[in-house]
Design a protein around this ligand. Structure first.
Ligand code: AMP
Length: 115
């Protein structure tokens, strides 16, 4: 049997998570191993493995993820200083959890991507 998805378990409360936002379609929680002063994961409640699993039926959900990222950036005071949204997809990107998520990173000056 496949191992349970840790993000599904955080969403349903079976595993502890530092949840900062939740509604009927999206959950956001602090990354357990933060790589920036603010590091939040924004996750669809529905299990989608990655961007590769997204279909046209998920258009509204994908919009919700971005709007919630924007709201959290504002609420956490980094909308003006700036932030980075990252969606790792597949092995070359280093995706380590197979449940689609957007990283919201901010709170300090970040190196240029690829720099
Ligand atoms: P990625 O490498 O893009 O798949 O990102 C997965 C993220 O999940 C990493 O930044 C991990 O630090 C984070 N992570 C793994 N396990 C947990 C957990 N139990 N609670 C919160 N974040 C986690």
């Amino acid at each position: 049997m496949a191992a349970p998805c840790i993000f599904c378990e955080i969403i349903t409360g079976k595993l502890p998570g530092d949840i900062v936002f939740q509604n009927e379609t999206v959950t956001a929680f602090r990354d357990r191993y933060p790589r920036a002063p603010i590091h939040i994961l924004i996750v669809p409640n529905k299990h989608l493995e990655s961007i590769n699993s997204v279909t046209a039926a998920d258009k509204e959900l994908m919009g919700d993820l971005i709007l919630i990222a924007r709201k959290l950036a504002t609420d956490l005071g980094i909308s003006e200083t700036g932030y980075r949204l990252v969606v790792n997809t597949g092995p070359d990107s280093g995706q380590s959890v197979q449940h689609l998520h957007i990283h919201l990173l901010g709170g300090n000056k970040m190196p240029l991507m690829g720099g």
